[in-house]
Design a binder for this molecule. Structure first.
Ligand SMILES: CC(C)(COP(=O)(O)OP(=O)(O)OC[C@H]1O[C@@H](n2cnc3c(N)ncnc32)[C@H](O)[C@@H]1OP(=O)(O)O)[C@@H](O)C(=O)NCCC(=O)NCCS
Length: 178
């Protein structure tokens, strides 16, 4: 997984606690774009909170229960992906993604997520890869569609965010779908 080239001057790489300052700067740039959708974009506000967020994923990676990756575009952190859930017992994982606006519209997330799906199903024998988003998030839904996922259904009012309870669409790709 380390150093997977995404083309277009971009690379997918592990994102680790020692990169907290770089991550904090990136979230600062991306915050207005991410905050409508991602709760952590409001929690990661400085180097300490960035380190705490990355450390949580480092701990989960050590337990083989979650992972986080950065996307560097022309050498600058411009987005990322994560396995928010990585449940080997159930054979289920969930992918999350984000980009700064300058990195959108190039297919970077579709290629990165495809690589993660290949690794999760092909290397780690996951049976089901999930994608969750709110129904208003058209760009996120478009990625799930490009990945060939199926819309399983909607969890009504499952996600309290920014003072509103949002529905959550659940999309999935099964190992047996491929
Ligand atoms: C969700 C998000 C990551 C999607 O980013 P994105 O750039 O639309 O997705 P991709 O990187 O896969 O790029 C797809 C776009 O690149 C274009 N593209 C160009 N080359 C491409 C290629 N080789 N392959 C696929 N798409 C390509 C596609 O046409 C599409 O553009 P369009 O939507 O204008 O048609 C981004 O909008 C974002 O960060 N949003 C805020 C955070 C967020 O919502 N995260 C998800 C929470 S569920």
């Amino acid at each position: 997984m380390l150093g997977f080239p995404l083309g277009d001057g971009a690379e997918l790489r592990s994102l680790e606690p020692w990169q907290a300052a770089e991550f904090a700067d990136h979230v600062e740039r991306a915050r207005p774009h991410l905050a409508p959708w991602l709760p952590w974009a409001l929690r990661v506000v400085d180097e300490d909170s960035a380190r705490a967020f990355l450390q949580r994923y480092a701990d989960e990676q050590a337990r083989d229960a979650g992972r986080i990756y950065g996307i560097w575009l022309d050498g600058t952190l411009a987005g990322g992906t994560l396995f928010r859930v990585f449940d080997l017992r159930f054979g289920v994982c969930e992918i999350g993604v984000w980009l700064e606006p300058r990195a959108e519209g190039r297919g970077l997330i579709t290629r990165a997520a495809r690589h993660m799906v290949d690794w999760a199903i092909g290397t780690r024998a996951m049976a089901r890869v999930e994608w969750r988003c709110v129904p208003d998030n058209a760009r996120s839904i478009a990625v799930a569609e490009r990945l060939g996922m199926t819309r399983d259904g909607v969890l009504r009012a499952a996600y309290p965010h920014n003072g509103t309870r949002h529905d959550v669409e659940v999309w999935s790709l099964l190992a047996t779908d491929r």
